[in-house]
Design a protein around this ligand. Structure first.
Ligand code: PEP
Length: 227
């Protein structure tokens, strides 16, 4: 079981140190935290497994605002999220750029959590499987790659996929790429156990509820009872 927290654009270095001072997850669960770039060094000090929220495909170059895999490795960062729906929606990320980022990070020895998921209107039009096939089939088959299925309509909305719907999507993703699949989309302490009980749900990618050390630890405990 892997429980990953995506802090998005929350918590500078001081708030990051405060979080780790009171965060105590069970040892039986793999926990990843992805803070903003400026807080990576403070998070690495905690001794936990720290991921960036994105990574560029080049090692260096004229790419203003981007960060490379060697830079992350130098800081002691263990991996990166790629293809989060907010990157796809607001920053022009495409299936191709997501795949390029994932390939470069894996080649540099980083772990990767690659996010996929359909929009609400795509689900309503019955296009979920086509969207997932398109997004997943470009990802590299690598032992350090984990997929996160995050239906976009469930992210930050308080709407969660039912366990059955998540299971169905995870099984479909695995039929294309046989890698662990995390569920993401309004995972909270009170719904984590039922989602994590599904056979093809291998963990969770948590946004809002990962910002509070107690609620994130509660989700990690829900995972630990399934491990
Ligand atoms: C996310 O940002 O990956 C996410 C799943 O957010 P939330 O848990 O807040 O829906």
């Amino acid at each position: 079981m892997l429980i990953a927290g995506n802090w998005k654009m929350f918590k500078g270095p001081t708030a990051t140190r405060e979080f780790f001072a009171s965060f105590s997850p069970p040892a039986s669960v793999d926990v990843v935290i992805a803070p903003p770039y400026v807080s990576l060094a403070a998070a690495v000090e905690s001794g936990g497994t720290i991921y960036a929220q994105n990574v560029h495909w080049a090692d260096e170059g004229a790419f203003t605002g981007e960060i490379s895999s060697p830079m992350l490795r130098e800081l002691g960062v263990a991996g990166a999220i790629v293809g989060h729906s907010e990157r796809r929606q607001y920053f022009g990320e495409t299936d191709e750029t997501v795949a390029e980022r994932a390939e470069a990070a894996l080649a540099a020895g980083l772990g990767v959590i690659a996010c996929v998921g359909e929009l609400e209107e795509e689900r309503e039009r019955g296009e979920t499987e086509n969207v997932l096939r398109r997004q997943v089939s470009v990802l590299p088959d690598d032992e350090r790659l984990v997929v996160a299925y995050e239906p976009v309509w469930a992210i930050g909305t308080g709407k969660t996929a039912t366990p059955e719907l998540a299971q169905e999507a995870h099984a479909f993703v695995k039929s294309i790429l046989d890698r662990p699949v995390l569920y993401g989309g309004s995972v909270k302490p009170d719904n984590a156990a039922e989602l994590l009980a599904e056979p093809d749900v291998d963990g969770a990618l948590v946004g809002g509820a990962s910002l509070d050390p107690d609620s994130f630890a509660a989700i990690c405990r829900a995972a630990s009872s399934r491990s």
